[in-house]
Design a protein around this ligand. Structure first.
Ligand code: NAP
Length: 297
């Protein structure tokens, strides 16, 4: 029940109406006995700074950031965690004691959880897309010690900036084999055939309305390119609406292991809630059930 004492958390993005985060977080808040609620806050790019500053003035207890604001929000933060600074990407805002917001990134942790079932070191990976979440995915794959990571983008300038930024910020003593590949590359099919893990970080295939909208038949890089997909390849789609996407459905037909974005969403959400609430025990099972129920509605 919302009362005069209720505080709030929010999700800033565009679109946000497809998100299961409100259902997932509100279920957890109730179980944790916190008099907070979590609300979706659709926001245009030009209003981002204004909205974020206003939310601090309104004593908002924490914010999640989603598509397309993850990169832009980093420059609005008053402080960045070392990870958010390294990636220049923020998905979680924590209120600063004195002023503004501290930017953090919990996507890396969330993305890693479903991949922990096996060793990936010395394997080859392909990331499709080079936006906000791709930065978190790249960091996670580096942590898993992939031998080679190729990143496919549609915009040469953005793609090169993405790879150079990462190479500049790399202070570990390992030499990273990270390559930028343009979407038009003639050897795309070969790159796909050589990869043990392929991650879609673009919104292609995403339905922005879980109940009404028609399910998108689109696939990243088109449909034909996946014709010769090998069963040794794992497909990981960050999208969770629809669940599974057309791309993952095709992967299953080709006997590939497939991972959808739901577990990542749950794990990154739990990590954010831990930071906002300062509590160790987050009811992850409750969050999972609430998210799954929301997807069925
Ligand atoms: P973003 O920062 O806007 O990045 C999207 C990337 O996809 C950009 O590189 C963009 O290219 C590319 N792209 C967009 N439309 C494309 C198209 N039609 N063809 C080729 N490339 C295209 O977004 P984001 O925050 O990374 O989110 C991306 C997706 O991941 C969303 O669907 C989001 O819901 C999902 N996601 C899920 C989770 C989870 O917990 N499961 C977490 C994070 C994100 P340009 O730069 O050229 O525009």
């Amino acid at each position: 029940m919302i009362s005069g004492k209720t505080s709030f958390l929010g999700l800033i993005g565009n679109p946000v109406k497809h998100s299961v985060s409100p259902a997932m977080h509100n279920a957890a808040l109730e179980e944790m006995g916190l008099d907070w609620c979590y609300i979706p806050l659709p926001c245009e790019v030009e209003n981002l700074e204004l909205v974020i500053k206003a939310l601090k003035a309104l004593n908002c207890k924490g914010i999640n950031i989603t598509i397309p604001h993850k990169n832009n929000v980093a420059r609005i933060c008053d402080q960045l965690s070392p990870l958010a600074k390294k990636l220049n990407t923020v998905n979680t805002l924590i209120p600063h004691q004195d002023k503004g917001w501290i930017g953090e990134n919990t996507d890396v942790k969330g993305f890693l959880e479903p991949l922990r079932y096996k060793e990936w070191n010395k394997k080859k990976a392909l990331i499709i897309g080079c936006g906000g979440s791709a930065r978190a995915v790249l960091e996670a794959l580096i942590q898993l010690q992939f031998e080679e990571i190729k990143i496919i983008g549609r915009n040469k300038t953005k793609l090169n900036k993405f790879v150079q930024e990462r190479q500049r910020s790399q202070d570990e003593l390992i030499s990273l084999n990270i390559q930028a590949i343009l979407q038009e590359d003639k050897e795309l099919e070969e790159h796909i055939a050589n990869s043990e893990l392929i991650v879609n970080t673009t919104p292609i295939g995403m339905s922005t309305n879980t109940s009404e909208a028609k399910i998108s038949n689109e696939m990243p890089l088109g449909v034909e390119i996946w014709e010769n997909l090998k069963p040794k390849t794992t497909l990981y789609d960050l999208i969770y609406t629809p669940n599974p996407t057309s791309w993952l459905k095709l992967g299953r037909k080709k006997h590939c292991k497939t991972i959808d974005g739901l577990e990542m969403l749950i794990q990154q959400g739990a990590a954010s809630l831990k930071l906002w609430s300062n509590q160790e025990n987050i009811p992850i099972e409750t969050m999972r059930k609430a998210a799954e129920n929301e997807l069925l509605n």
